[in-house]
Write a protein that binds this ligand. Structure first.
Ligand code: ACM
Ligand code: ZN
Length: 719
């Protein structure tokens, strides 16, 4: 028996064991969903509301290879129904279906063949986009095809359309499809009509027929401080070289790559230059730059290489075409002067709850840099896992990085970053001027470490790795010397991997509200007595936390020159001078700002009302099932004023930057990470970079729609 045949037999046996024919998903237990490989649903109307059948098929059935909906009578496959359901291999759609919603099958990249029933009249925007495994698509009817509906189908070899009239589609419906690779099978009498029809025409274009555009109006996000159009034009073919000093060799490489990818420049032939210069006289702001597009040349001047790089990112945005596979032939001449409002504009990623490989974080960093977001904060540990190799404590990753599922999502989750690959990643991000900031939580959110080394917690209790979200009562024991030895070794090793100026110490949800972990511990009692901490007023928790933090902060400063950061909690009253606190809790931003002012500290703004990008962006949007997250709309994120109505002296002396969080309890795939982050991360980037007086919601809406489309096109068309 050859191995292919053997694996087919094994597949058939296992799938028949876990094949289910049911009415709706309610008929299956959590365990049955976790193991199901084949489901046939026969309910007349599958529920589509909160925790719909589709959400369960997508998020709760990680082994589901076959889904047969032919027995259902649903008229719509809702938006995001099976978004990035990588596990699916075969899908049969109901022949009652009229609409395939937006992104309904986005990145279902395991499906090789798909038949769209004759009943379907609408295939919405991005509905089948990114089905990279799809080889054969049959469209039985004549559905209208939305923007990017079939974009990024890089392995498609055959499309059969039975309609004699070409279905209506957008110019970018088939973005990324190469006519030479795809056979279009249509009724004989209709071949000519398809060759001439808008959209379908692109399938008969040859690769050599590259189109060019002249850019009339530029779309820059975040909006720069000042932009003056000068009335002329620059033909990109006039540019022949990039000129830069050795200190800007990285930026020169980026510049060449931008010109190659996006323009009709003529290397070594054009007489003009794209000139990159360092100029410290422009501004005292190290990120300030000027960009001048002139007849015959482009000049970018920046105070530092970072500033020059931001100038390049602005240029790249000007060269971003409105449709894929188009090169820019000319730009309007203009002059830009620009600098950021705040120093640190970060996104926080949580690979602890659901692991995200570095191969997926690289493109994430590249996208951040386009909007001048300059820090990626990695939440490396939590109750549910420890994700960073620490050579002194191998159990942290050998044992603490593996878990089966969380809440109702039975994904097997494992993975960690080795020091070597993280070093490489940090260097990669630095080439995009994105600083990688590590976070190690203390004293709470440490159950994974405690599971591996029980002496870290009070009484050496043995606790399992957590498989639900929420807050654990298990804390590091501040009365136990091993805790300080452990943290000392962890931070020493981290400092050798992360050159960042900052280190984040967590500090949230441990003493506020006061938890009981420390209340009956002999070692904690002894420490309280030694420090003269009263035992009766429930304030002992934050005082113990303060003691623990101060010891760690002293080490981080003295040994590694790091600036500590932490999540602000109201009871944690004293912010050690020079530290950076994060205002995150709903409704407590003003209190956090006052605390920063009183303590002479810096503050990052990431109030939940605006900056928690893991929350759904609209009612019913992903994640439909969550722990009660409020909706945070794009507009709500955009409305963040980093000075929060405080005066100019707050902004000058205390405001450090803005942060957006992407806690990953409900972000099970990299595609979902991008979906949650964008376009809200663009709004955050503009809040952190641009002057309040330059920001207008309607104008931002239009620019962000343009850039969102460009982003998803890049994602879909990546090699
Ligand atoms: C947090 O969201 N627990 C900082
Ligand atoms: Zn204790």
């Amino acid at each position: 028996m050859n191995s292919r045949y053997l694996s087919l037999v094994i597949f058939l046996i296992t799938s028949s064991l876990s094949a289910q024919t049911i009415g709706t998903m309610q008929d299956l237990s959590a365990q049955q969903k976790a193991t199901a490989t084949s489901i046939t649903l026969q309910g007349q109307q599958l529920p589509t509301g909160w925790n719909s059948d589709f959400r369960q098929l997508r998020d709760c059935c990680p082994k589901l290879a076959e889904l047969n909906l032919s027995g259902c009578r649903n008229r719509e496959l809702p938006a995001n129904a099976l978004f990035a359901a990588h596990q699916l291999r075969r899908l049969v759609l109901p022949d009652s279906l009229e609409r395939i919603g937006k992104a309904a099958l986005y990145a279902c990249d395991g499906i090789e063949e798909l038949v769209i029933p004759a009943s379907v009249v609408h295939i919405d925007e991005g509905a089948l986009a990114g089905m990279r495994g799809l080889r054969r698509l049959t469209i039985l009817g004549c559905p209208e095809l939305g923007e990017m509906a079939l974009a990024g189908l890089t392995n498609l070899r055959e499309i059969e359309v039975q309609s004699p009239i070409p279905p209506r589609c957008a110019a970018n419906t088939f973005a990324g499809l190469q006519g030479k690779n795809v056979q279009l099978l249509v009724p004989r009498s209709a071949r000519r009509a398809y060759r001439q029809a808008a959209g379908w025409r692109t399938l008969s274009l040859r690769a050599s027929e590259q189109q060019t555009v002249n850019v009339d109006s530029v779309q820059i996000l975040p909006i720069p401080q000042a932009l003056v159009e000068e009335g002329g034009r620059l033909a990109m073919a006039q540019i022949g070289s990039v000129v830069a000093c050795d200190a800007l060799s990285n930026e020169r490489e980026h510049a060449q790559s931008i010109l190659n990818r996006l323009t009709t420049w003529r290397p070594r032939k054009g007489k003009g230059t794209l000139q990159l210069e360092l100029d410290t006289t422009i501004s005292t702001n190290p990120e300030a730059y000027q960009l001048h597009v002139k007849p015959g040349a482009i000049v970018i001047r920046g105070v530092t290489p970072t500033a020059v790089f931001w100038g390049l990112m602005t240029l790249e945005q000007m060269l971003t075409p409105s449709s894929p596979n188009v090169l820019v032939a000319s730009l309007p001449t203009l002059h830009i002067e620009d600098a950021p409002r705040t120093q640190l504009r970060e996104l926080m990623i949580d690979p602890a709850r659901i692991f995200i490989p570095l191969s997926e974080l690289r493109p994430f960093v590249v996208e951040m840099a386009r909007y001048k977001l300059n820090a990626l904060h990695l939440h490396l540990v939590d109750d549910q896992a420890w994700r960073m190799e620490i050579k002194s404590y191998p159990r942290l990753t050998d044992v603490g990085s593996k878990r089966t599922g969380m809440d109702d999502m039975p994904l097997e989750i494992s993975g960690y970053y080795t020091q070597e690959e993280m070093r490489e990643f940090v260097q990669f991000a630095a080439r995009y001027h994105v600083e990688v900031i590590p976070e190690i939580e203390m004293p709470g959110h440490e159950v994974a470490a405690i599971h591996c080394y029980p002496q870290l917690t009070c009484g050496g209790r043995e606790v399992p790795i957590r498989t639900t979200c929420g807050v654990s009562n298990e804390l590091l024991c501040p009365g136990e010397e091993f805790v300080y030895e452990f943290l000392g070794n962890v931070f020493r090793e981290l400092s050798e991997v992360f050159p960042s100026r900052y280190i984040h110490l967590g500090g949230d949800e441990a003493g506020n509200p006061a938890l009981d972990c420390w209340t009956h511990c002999e070692k904690c009692e002894a420490l309280k007595a030694k420090l003269g901490i009263p035992l009766s007023d429930r304030s002992e928790n934050w005082r113990l936390q303060e003691y623990l933090f101060n010891r760690v902060i002293d080490t981080l400063r003295a040994c590694y020159g790091k600036t500590p950061m932490f999540w602000y909690e109201t009871d944690f009253k004293r912010i050690p001078e020079g530290c950076i606190t994060f205002a995150w809790r709903h409704g407590l931003t003003a209190a956090a700002i006052r605390a920063a002012q009183e303590n002479g500290a810096h503050i990052m703004l990431c109030p939940g009302e605006h900056c928690y990008l893991d929350y759904p962006a609209a009612p019913g949007d992903m994640p439909e099932v969550n722990w009660g997250m409020p909706v945070t709309s794009l507009e709500q994120t955009y409305r963040l004023d980093p000075s929060w109505g405080f005066d100019e002296s707050f902004e000058r002396n205390h405001l450090y930057g803005v942060a957006g969080t992407l806690w990953s309890e409900c972000i099970p795939t990299p595609e979902r990470l991008f979906y949650m982050a964008y376009p809200r991360a663009m709004a955050l980037a503009e809040a952190g970079w641009s002057l309040q007086s330059r920001r207008q919601w309607p104008d931002f809406q239009q620019r962000s729609a343009f850039h969102l489309r460009a982003l998803f096109t890049r994602r879909l068309l990546r090699p």
